[in-house]
Design a protein around this ligand. Structure first.
Ligand code: 13P
Length: 256
């Protein structure tokens, strides 16, 4: 695993102010688990409230618009989420790609907007079950990655995290094998090195996402080139999310 694993909770369209107590509990526990970088991406409505609770954890958004401001009813710009306290934005999640028809090109310009607003980007990639069954997963994911990285991005170690989330593993309780995760993460690493050179490409953390829970976290986080996890369902309670954070901390304690 990477030097300091990164465990990020994506609350998706879940959470009202009643859930702030979970964020607070996660933040307080993270203060004693400093070997792990912990972050939450709540819905827009909770970014500022979670930011106010957070003494240790990072707070981010789940999306942003590509533009700065203007006549886009219902949309939220990168500058707005940064103003609310977000330090990063998750972009290109398969649920955005599917529900909102987001293309690689759009994800790339949204990333540029997020960088412009001073935030980091967690860029999601992942194949469908059909693509995996056809034996085209690595080819698909590496092409998706190349086309989704913002053109202006030139300091990947500071501003980019990649999350590999196979669509068929999201919310299903199914996960790829540790070998398959390792193979995909190595292919992603090679793509990053190709784009940013040895040094920059080597420093980007590559998270795994898709049905991570406290029971399987240890095994999944130990897979080759896995630098952390992007967690959906299991991030909604402090108890289960912290189970994953603790698994990451324990792996850090193990001799390599
Ligand atoms: P689950 O952990 O619920 O499978 O969701 C993963 C995910 O999509 C995180 O972004």
């Amino acid at each position: 695993m990477a030097e300091r694993p990164y465990i990020v909770g994506n609350w998706k369209m879940n959470g009202t102010r009643a859930m702030l107590s979970q964020a607070r509990a996660i933040d307080r526990a993270a203060q004693n688990l400093m070997k792990v970088e912990v972050a939450l991406a709540p819905p827009y409505t909770l970014i500022h409230p979670v930011h106010r609770e957070a003494e240790q954890i990072g707070v981010g958004a789940q999306d942003c618009h590509a533009g700065n401001e203007g006549a886009h009813t219902g949309d939220i710009s990168a500058g707005m989420v940064a103003d609310a306290g977000a330090k990063f934005v998750i972009l290109g999640h398969s649920e955005r790609r599917q529900d909102h028809g987001e293309s690689n090109a759009l994800v790339s310009v949204k990333g540029a907007a997020a960088l412009e607003a001073g935030m980091r980007v967690i860029l999601c990639v992942g194949e469908s079950e059909e693509t995996r069954d056809a034996g085209k997963a690595e080819n698909f994911v590496t092409r998706q990655l190349k086309a989704s990285i913002p053109e202006s991005l030139d300091n990947p170690e500071e501003s980019l995290t990649v999350a590999y989330e196979p669509i068929w593993a999201i919310g299903t309780g199914r996960t790829p094998t540790v070998d398959d995760i390792g193979a995909m993460h190595r292919a992603i690493r090679a793509t990053l090195v190709e784009r940013f050179g040895e040094e920059g490409g080597a420093q980007v953390r590559i998270l795994y996402g898709g049905s991570v829970n406290p029971d399987n976290a240890r095994e999944l986080l130990a897979a080759d080139e896995v630098g952390g996890a992007l967690v959906g369902g299991a991030s909604l309670t402090a108890e289960s999310f912290l189970g994953i954070v603790i698994a990451a901390a324990e792996l850090q304690d193990q001799p390599a």
